[in-house]
Design a protein around this ligand. Sequence first.
Ligand code: ADP
Ligand code: MG
Length: 359
Amino acid sequence: MEVLCARKIRYICAMLEEKKPSKTSLEELGEFALIDQLTKAATTAMPSTVHGIGDDAAVLNHDGETVVSTDMLIEGVHFDLGYMPLKHLGYKAVVVNLSDIYAMGAQATQILVSIAVSNRFTLEAIEELYAGIHLACKTYGVDLVGGDTTSSKQGLQLSVTALGKAPKTGAVLRSGANDNDLLVVSGDLGAAYMGLQVLARENEVFKVNPNHKPDLEPYTYLVERQLKPEARKDIVGLLEALEVIPTAMIDISDGLSSEILHLCQKSEVGCRLYEDKIPLDPQFISVCEEFNVDSTTLALSGGEDYELLFTVKQEDFDKIKGNPNLSVIGHMTTKGDGAHLVTRGDEVIPLKAQGWKAF
Ligand code: ADP
Ligand code: MG
């Protein structure tokens, strides 16, 4: 995964500070011209896209199972434009939806994007948002095939729907884990949440002192994980190449412990998670020390990592062991055992869902 270089971080900081003069008002432009402007860069490349934007509905042709997922993002609830540049918001909105498609073991193929915008936004601002959306489409090889555009009384609301094609063996559900299956996670955990803490702290300082020049150099990986998360399309491909079919899978949007509990509940199994096996990035560990917070707690409950959490049969261990993208962090047990964390000190404590609370 590419890490934000110092130059990019400085660019983001400059964008955060810059107060762009208002340019083209959306009122003047009108809905149809806005849609044209936003969607002119949308090209269709997937074989399953028969007709994209421009008709009353898109026409798709997936042979086999289609997976579909949707997510809504509300300004002030899910994002704060104070420290989320619009281009990053567009990119992230797409990526978090694609993550749900990959979590079904499927390949993402199309997205639809609906927006509601208040007249506080200019055409140029919404074009920034769409630059991020188009970039994500290009990066992940998905087609933007439709959406809806409307006005809002206040703020920006954004909804993305993603579609994908399941493998021939069928979509991977949350409910397929069995007693003794290994619990595996991709990448590392907690960094996105700490990235948000770093940005929030810089934003507070900036409010008090507008001349403050944030130094984000020591936090590049964390800030990148927050502002430019990536979905693990590569892991779906990797598992296919290794000929490993996960028995159950989920993406980590709300924090490791709550996702483990979802797998346990849907699969009707218990679990043992080993604290010393949880993959943490060294930058995450050192910033947890700086903020005086417990790294395990944040890895368990910090959200927005968008890694994949899955279970595999014991006999698949040889195929995945030693892979730098994958960590075996525990195993499933019987339902009666419940879900537990085994600490570094060999204490066994019940896992609790602290997740990200939407309400
Ligand atoms: P309708 O009135 O039939 O809903 P629209 O005028 O809203 O049609 O949309 C025209 C075309 O543009 C459709 O293909 C629609 O899916 C697409 N579209 C509208 N808004 C967006 C958007 N924000 N992003 C992507 N495609 C959009
Ligand atoms: Mg419409």
